[in-house]
Design a protein around this ligand. Sequence first.
Ligand SMILES: *Cc1c(COP(=O)(O)O)cnc(C)c1O
Length: 346
Amino acid sequence: MTDAPLRLRLDSDALTNNWRKLAAMSGPAACGAAIKADGYGLGAAAVATRLASAGCRDYFVATWAEAAVLAPLGLPVSVLHGLRAEDRALARSGIARPVLNSLAQVARWQAMGGGRCDVMVDTGMNRLGLSVDEALSGVLDGLKIDTLMSHLACADEDAAMNAAQLATFSALKGQVGARRYSLANSAGIALGRDYAFDLTRPGLALYGGVPRAELSAIRQVVTPEAQVLQRRLVRAGATIGYNATYRAAANTEVAIIHIGYADGFFRGFSGSAHALRRDVALPVLGRVSMDLVAIAVDAAVDLAEGDWVSLNYDLPAAAIASGMSQYELLTGLGGRFDRCWTPQSR
Ligand SMILES: *Cc1c(COP(=O)(O)O)cnc(C)c1O
């Protein structure tokens, strides 16, 4: 805690309830957690600690540096981007399993002795992973594969590609041996039990994102709050902020709060978002600056310098207001916030 003028309120119970909901929707499959990009901006170690006490046993990060941060927790971690030559020392230390994505990565892991690993197969996204033909070519013979996985390209839409990827992955299951099979991200869990296999890998929905209507019971986890730096009267006809994009029609009470696009409160919120004080909406006026935002406070007569307001961060609504994706709204949350979990103990 640094007494910063901006903080994230993080709801431990909402996080663990979201995981339990996704675990229940996953049926008999285990439910893991994608905590790459510092736990989607919330703080990976804090997220993992809480999910571990709820029963989560599988964690996914993008890089070995992210795995190293989690190593003191002693949890089972998989590194989604696999194994570059530069990663060999950390991989050898055993802090995580690589998710092997290419023939070169498979060869590199085998040359290192080939312990337990995961393998990603591409079933249509054309991002990371061995092709189906490569996976069936025999190069995986003898590898100790814990989890064979693939990733859905369009799970947040009702697209024909979902069933096509499901069929490709199901066929692969009969032909490549592994301890477990895994396909679904958050939205994939909502597509039904067929998509769950042995292990699901939600990220977004753990943190309050709602990628499909079936997940509308997911609860908000993150609420940014910012402190008032100054309160001022803007006279009728005067303007506010860069490029004078807002002109006051009447005398307007304004508060300047300590948050901006450098904190992940993006410029797309200019004129379209609102802050909240005791459920009273206080609209954002004019353009969001790097470190400052102006809000209308005629409806909050007693709001003064040093007081706090929260920002409306219901993710589906905030995504529409800002033109950003729910993912960007989470992973953009910057380093200047104090991250405050309640209750602190969980
Ligand atoms: C990020 C990621 C996930 C989690 O996806 P969400 O849409 O956030 O639930 C799952 N699997 C892989 C391979 C990923 O890269």
